[in-house]
Write a protein that binds this ligand. Structure first.
Ligand SMILES: NC(=O)c1ccc[n+]([C@@H]2O[C@H](COP(=O)([O-])OP(=O)(O)OC[C@H]3O[C@@H](n4cnc5c(N)ncnc54)[C@H](O)[C@@H]3O)[C@@H](O)[C@H]2O)c1
Ligand SMILES: N[C@@H](CCC=O)C(=O)O
Length: 581
């Protein structure tokens, strides 16, 4: 009796002290069907419009003080930063703490500790956290998240809905779907007596996530996608999108993300970069931002290479100089409206924004007239005015940079400002939608990323269609997005061929912005990034390191192969081998 009792006690202890890696009584469940989150339209009288109004008032009056969150604990350092409203820079929308050296060290150590539990947690438990976060954002926190990016990042209602609601929700939900697909990728062959398996292990070490200002969806996704695959991330959100990032981080916490899995570490950019790239535990870098910063980070990683325990996975999506290319068979109305949206929505601050345009000179007079007429109707105003199509650009540094490009066009004999060009930063960082016509296809605004509401048009001779496609391909160092507008099928097909490497996202008779998770996986090559396609399984694959496992069920009875055995014994040995060959 007593030995039975001892056995029961020991067994119960084992159960309670269990580690998930050696105890899993459940078969893996299937992720529910995943579809894109529907857009809400915020029409007059709709419940979402009423909720958003209330949320805007709340967010505008609160000005939260945002701490670092390391191992689930809120940390204050006394080094304080502020996020200003782009359309009203006198108003601070939140304050936040900057991490110091010791905080970043603690975040790395804590993440590595949290990893032991996180990576062995049953997959369905892990994924359910992100599915729950998506549902919380879709319902309870939708209005607040949209309000945070409207006031904090200068988004109109529609741009906020695209970013803070739909795209973030899609990243989380589709991330789970893609994870399931990846875990189901198993070796196609098993010979008799053998079971081959692929184990999709998270990377060793931690992933550093360094995120941009322009999409809170991207900011939330960069630490989340490695975490979905069982990694831990140390996340440095950017100053000018802090409130949006904080909102998303809190949703993940409420959904049950264990402490330490994603460390929330606002910090001075170059100090943070230096420290994470110096850590021997750097397992990966998930970056989105400008090309120059990514190159700097790559160099830091290269300099520290011999110091790392493994080769860090580096995923970086960067700048663009995206274009609309118009063929003489194009539908003019379609070109005009798509260009207005592509160039000016969110003030041209999308990496995919239409920033240059090639138009055949026989269509140019009518396209020019229609473009300018439509540009005149654009309302540039406050994000809380729901009739605004554009608001202010993100901050003074950006305002000054955009203004300097407009100034260059004003001073150049090869350029004419057809519309806009005025800039005013007295209250907010407002820049008019600006259309430049140039006779020089190599003018600086045809080559460099401006990241503002400025599009430059070059009118070409339609007899030189192919040569002009080649010119568009070679004019800039980027390769992010491009569109061809044409009805003529041969013209479309030629553009697809010549522009094969000009864009990672290529559109036909549509604007070059607005990719949707699960529909158009996003990313470009050349100097636009590593093209690991955010919003697809390809990105999630970067955060695993596969272990191949072969298990043999039949013990080996003899090391010799049949051809080595003498003729007399051959028959017997060959028989033994045939059982497990
Ligand atoms: N390809 C894409 O998918 C994509 C998507 C969104 C934005 N972008 C690009 O992002 C840029 C706009 O965003 P941004 O202004 O936030 O970019 P940014 O490069 O200025 O900043 C991006 C991040 O890097 C950090 N950073 C800045 N200097 C750094 C340094 N020296 N070392 C390490 N980190 C540093 C910033 O604090 C921020 O967190 C544009 O170039 C745009 O094209 C690309
Ligand atoms: N999904 C977005 C990505 C923009 C990047 O800043 C688009 O295609 O507009």
């Amino acid at each position: 009796m007593s030995s039975l009792w001892n056995f029961a006690v020991r067994h119960t202890r084992l159960l309670f002290n269990r580690n998930f890696s050696n105890f899993s009584i459940r078969a893996k469940a299937k992720v529910p069907p995943i579809h894109n989150e529907p857009f809400l339209d915020y029409a007059v009288g709709s419940p979402e419009r009423i909720n958003l109004r209330k949320a805007l008032e709340k967010v505008s009056s609160e000005c939260p003080h945002i701490p670092l969150v390391i191992n689930g604990k809120e940390v204050k350092t006394g080094q304080i930063g502020k996020q200003q409203r782009p359309d009203k820079h006198q108003q601070t929308i939140c304050e936040f703490e900057y991490a110091d050296h010791e905080n970043v060290e603690a975040a790395i150590r804590g993440a590595l500790k949290a990893k032991k539990h996180w990576e062995t947690m049953p997959i369905d438990e892990r994924l359910s956290i992100f599915l729950k976060a998506a549902d919380l954002l879709s319902t309870q926190y939708r209005a607040e998240a949209c309000a945070a990016v409207m006031l904090g990042q200068g988004k109109t209602v529609w741009q906020a809905e695209i970013d803070a609601a739909v795209e973030t929700i899609d990243f989380w939900r589709f991330g789970c779907k893609f994870a399931e697909e990846i875990y189901n990728i198993q070796p196609p062959e098993n010979v008799k007596g053998v079971w081959n398996r692929a184990e999709h292990r998270p990377l060793e070490g931690f992933v550093a996530a360094i995120t941009p200002f322009n999409f809170v969806a991207i900011a939330a996704n960069l630490p989340s996608s490695p975490a979905i695959m069982g990694n831990v991330a140390v996340w440095k959100p950017t100053e000018s999108a802090m409130l949006g990032a904080w909102t998303m981080f809190n949703i993940l916490r409420e959904a049950g993300l264990p402490d330490g899995v994603i460390q929330f570490v606002p910090a001075k950019a170059s100090d943070f970069a230096k420290q994470v790239t110096h850590s021997e535990h750097l397992g990966g870098l998930h970056f989105t931002g400008s090309t120059a910063v990514f190159e700097e980070l790559q160099k830091k990683i290269a300099q520290n290479m011999s110091h790392y325990r493994s080769y860090p996975r580096v995923v970086g999506e960067t700048g663009g100089k995206n274009f609309h290319f118009v063929h003489e068979s194009a539908d003019i109305e379609n070109v005009v409206h798509n260009t207005i949206r592509g160039a000016f929505e969110y003030q041209g601050q999308k990496c995919s924004a239409t920033s240059r345009m090639y138009v055949p000179n026989n269509l140019w007079p009518s396209i020019r007239e229609r473009l300018v007429a439509e540009a005149k109707t654009i309302k540039v105003g406050s994000p809380v005015d729901f009739t605004s199509f554009m608001t202010a650009v993100i901050h003074e540094r950006s305002f000054d940079k955009i203004q300097s490009y407009i100034q260059k066009a004003k001073e150049s004999s090869s350029c004419k400002i057809l519309f806009g060009g005025r800039c005013d930063k007295s209250v907010g960082y407002f820049i008019e939608p600006t259309i430049i016509e140039t006779t020089d296809p190599d003018f600086v605004t045809m080559k460099e990323e401006i990241f503002g509401p400025v599009v430059t048009v070059y009118a070409y001779d339609p007899k030189h269609y192919v040569e002009t496609l080649e010119l568009a391909d070679s004019s800039s160092k980027y390769g992010l997005t491009a569109s061809i507008f044409a009805k003529d099928r041969d013209a479309i097909s030629k553009a697809e061929e010549v522009l094969r490497n000009s864009a990672g996202n290529f559109y036909i008779n549509d604007k070059c912005t607005g990719s949707i998770v699960g529909q158009q996986p996003f990313g470009g090559s050349r100097k636009s990034g590593t093209n690991d396609k955010s919003g697809s399984a390809s990105n999630l694959m970067r955060w695993v390191s596969v272990r191949s496992i072969k298990e043999s069920f039949i013990p080996l009875k003899d090391y010799r192969y049949p051809h080595m055995v003498s003729d007399q014994a051959n028959e017997e040995v060959a028989k033994a081998h045939s059982e497990f060959a």
